[in-house]
Design a protein around this ligand. Sequence first.
Ligand SMILES: [Zn+2]
Length: 151
Amino acid sequence: MTKLGLQQQRAVYAADARVDVGVHFADYDDAQSWLDEIVAADWFTSRRYNERCRRFVVCEQDPRRSNEACAAATVDEESQMGEIHCPLRMLTQQTLLHESAHLLTPGTSHGPTWVRAYLEVTYLARGTETYVQLYDALKLSGADINHREES
Ligand SMILES: [Zn+2]
């Protein structure tokens, strides 16, 4: 990762730490139901997000595959299903939206394109108050929100 990319990642993680994580789901079925509602919402289709990912699938994270401290997302090109691997202790609305934004902006890391998608899904799924909280936190932690080029 480039130095700028690393700075951006740190800024994003710092911003996430400043924002209310929302609902902490008790189990994977609850989390999956919430993700299914997002994908079924009119706004999801009207933003043409369904052309990038038709379903977010959340599952337990394999500790051998990835560090327990982060959730990982991968998209299956053929079925357009995105997998989110998440430890139970991180199974919150915030984590799921963070990872969903990765699924909607493949290959952009935590750059401005990803940040815009993250802000947008947060606004649409969690409302104005959380959006403003996240926007302010991103600004405060120095995340790059506006530049066109990816870091
Ligand atoms: Zn991330």
